[in-house]
Design a protein around this ligand. Structure first.
Ligand code: GLC
Length: 432
């Protein structure tokens, strides 16, 4: 089974490869997405390291002069996706790439640990190190961008200003924020719902809010300080920050292997320890037994548990005691016998919807992150359960975008032949 699945996963990736970068899925996502590219590179690393490197080189070529790496790079024109480059208008920012059009927002900073995974997987360590040598400073500059522009309280935690920056687009997490906004009823033509059953996608009203935040950011020329002041959406996300911290750690290790970067290492270390403290004092909520999102507008934690709540395990953030509490929450709320792991949103909550995008279904990238975290803390059985569930879902249903966690409702949803599902499955299959 393993060989056959790997073969099929490679086929998915090869079909989505555009000769320089990889689209997440035909039709539904026809450009290059940032965190997708990172996960995709992990898959390529197992069978075609040159492609893994090229994927990241292309993405980093679109980096702005201030270190910012955009969430979507519009390499080509496509009428299968909305909102496209004409809506986003990244060039309103004076430091935006002159070469590529993009969005003016980011996605979770996974590239540091992606480079590290590529190093660990590579057979020829000296060749991979020479490639990493030419990529690592750009990823470092991206971390500096975050800390210098988005850590407004100097606590080692960075904000996101849009739900699309979180990667977990329509999570119930954001439901409390929408009523605080007075978004217009925009007229636009959605394309996503022509590819996927609309009941599995965000609503029109949610899209109004998504567009409204971008309009506000555009009015301010995508200036970070102004966005921090005016955006109705400003959140410290435990997933996003855990990815940044895990990537800090990876960059520190890689600079060490490259025998350079003394100043860079010192900078990352100081931000890192501050960030870990803040994650544990500010974002960990004792009552929920989970890391939560902090809403910088209402100045309080958003009271929802999701798969993002467990991402800090991957970055070694929790103390042993906190890690045990997280595992208790994961087991009790997400892991009863009738469920596969790991739902994207608390299955015991009334807002849980097992079929709708980020409101409940299992996503393979989140499972990969949770798996790494559980393994890191020595929760071997639970880690193995997450790994096996992921493999079983793909083996039974195909390389879909997201999956039902209910054992008596087996199903898969969203886009098919989805790149990160294929890429990370290859990695999970190699992690036995
Ligand atoms: C969806 C996901 C986002 C992903 C993108 C491309 O918008 O929510 O996380 O990056 O699709 O696959």
């Amino acid at each position: 089974m393993k060989e056959n699945l790997i073969k099929k996963a490679i086929e998915v990736l090869e079909n989505n490869w555009q000769g320089g970068f990889t689209i997440p899925a035909q039709g539904l996502y026809p450009f290059q997405w940032k965190w997708d590219s990172g996960f995709i590179a992990v898959g390529y690393a197992h069978y075609d390291m040159q492609k893994a490197i090229k994927e990241l080189e292309t993405l980093l070529d679109a980096q702005w002069d201030n270190g910012f790496i955009p969430h979507i790079v519009f390499h080509n024109d496509s009428d299968t996706y909305f909102p496209g480059p004409d809506f986003h208008q990244s060039r309103l920012h004076p430091k935006a790439s002159k070469k590529y059009r993009s969005t003016g927002m980011v996605q979770p900073p996974v590239l540091g640990f992606v480079l590290e995974r590529m190093y660990d997987v590579a057979e020829d360590k000296s060749t991979i190190l020479s490639h990493l040598d030419s990529l690592i400073d750009k990823v470092y500059d991206n971390h500096v961008y975050f800390y210098e522009n988005r850590d407004i309280h100097n606590e080692g935690l960075v904000y996101i200003y849009h739900n699309w920056e979180s990667g977990t687009d329509n999570s119930p997490m954001w439901d409390d924020i929408w009523p605080t906004m007075d978004s217009p009823d925009y007229e636009f033509e959605r394309r996503d719902t022509t590819h996927v059953d609309p009941s599995q996608r965000p609503t029109k009203r949610e899209y109004d809010h998504y567009l409204h935040i971008i309009e506000i950011a555009k009015q301010h020329g995508y200036d970070d300080a102004k966005i921090a002041e005016h955006s109705p959406f400003l959140v410290q996300d435990p997933l996003f920050n855990a990815m940044l911290l895990r990537s800090n750690e990876a960059l520190i290790r890689l600079y060490g292997l490259l025998n350079r970067g003394v100043d860079e290492i010192a900078y990352l270390r100081s931000k890192h320890s501050l960030g870990i403290d803040s994650m544990n004092t500010k974002l960990f909520d004792e009552n929920s037994g989970a890391y939560l999102h902090f809403d910088l507008r209402s100045n309080k934690l958003l009271p929802y548990i999701s798969s993002s709540s467990f991402a800090p395990l991957h970055a070694g953030i929790p103390t042993k005691e906190i890690a045990s509490k997280l595992v208790e929450t994961l087991t009790n709320k997400f892991g009863d016998k009738g469920k596969l792991l790991c739902a994207s949103f608390d299955p015991t909550h009334e807002k849980f919807n097992p079929k709708k995008y980020w409101r409940g279904p299992i996503w393979i990238n989140m499972n990969w992150i949770v798996f790494q975290g559980l393994k890191r803390y020595g929760f071997k059985d639970l880690a193995e359960r997450v790994r096996k569930d992921s493999i079983e879902l793909v083996a039974n249903h195909g390389f879909y975008e997201y999956f039902d966690c209910r054992k008596n409702h087996p199903n898969a949803y969203g886009g098919n032949n989805f790149s990160w599902t294929a890429a990370l499955l290859i990695d999970l299959l190699h992690s036995d």
